[in-house]
Design a binder for this molecule. Structure first.
Ligand code: HEC
Length: 116
């Protein structure tokens, strides 16, 4: 019993300690895992999955002029509900069932940083 309590407390401490400081790193991890195969690790839309057969190129997040046309709500919406939700390509999948709201917020901030 006492052993259980000590272990739980330690795990909780570790989790809480990591939460704040690791947020930026988390967004990168989520992006690299779910998005980079299409949008590219550098956000340039040249992910390894993208071939000439792709009917629509994934959005290039480094294009500041294009990205400035999108509000934060637009970007979060398309991440959650996919391309067709804003009359865009179904090649952009919906992620609302996979990602938490906090992860979507993190991705929004992460994507915005690519734009020059
Ligand atoms: C299977 C390939 C693929 C994956 C994986 C993917 N996307 Fe996309 N994404 C696309 C394509 C293609 C478009 C362009 C759609 C269009 O312009 O019609 C796009 C467009 C977008 C846009 C811009 C929509 C707009 O307003 O023009 C955002 C933001 C976006 N993706 C975010 C993400 C995020 C975040 C992830 C990971 C959680 C992700 N995408 C994963 C293919 C993908």
């Amino acid at each position: 019993m006492s052993r259980f309590v000590i272990t739980t407390t330690m795990a909780l401490g570790l989790a809480l300690g990591a939460a704040g400081s690791a947020q930026a790193a988390d967004a990168k991890q989520v992006f690299d895992f779910y998005c980079a195969q299409c949008h590219g690790v550098n956000g340039d839309g040249k992910g390894v999955n993208v071939t000439k057969d792709f009917a629509t190129d994934p959005r290039n997040f480094t294009n500041g002029a294009d990205m400035a046309k999108r509000s934060d709500e637009d970007i979060k919406g398309v991440i959650k509900d996919g391309g067709p939700s804003i009359s865009k390509s179904p090649l952009m999948p919906p992620w609302g069932a996979t990602l938490t709201a906090a992860e979507v917020d993190g991705l929004l901030a992460y994507i915005r940083k690519f734009a020059k």
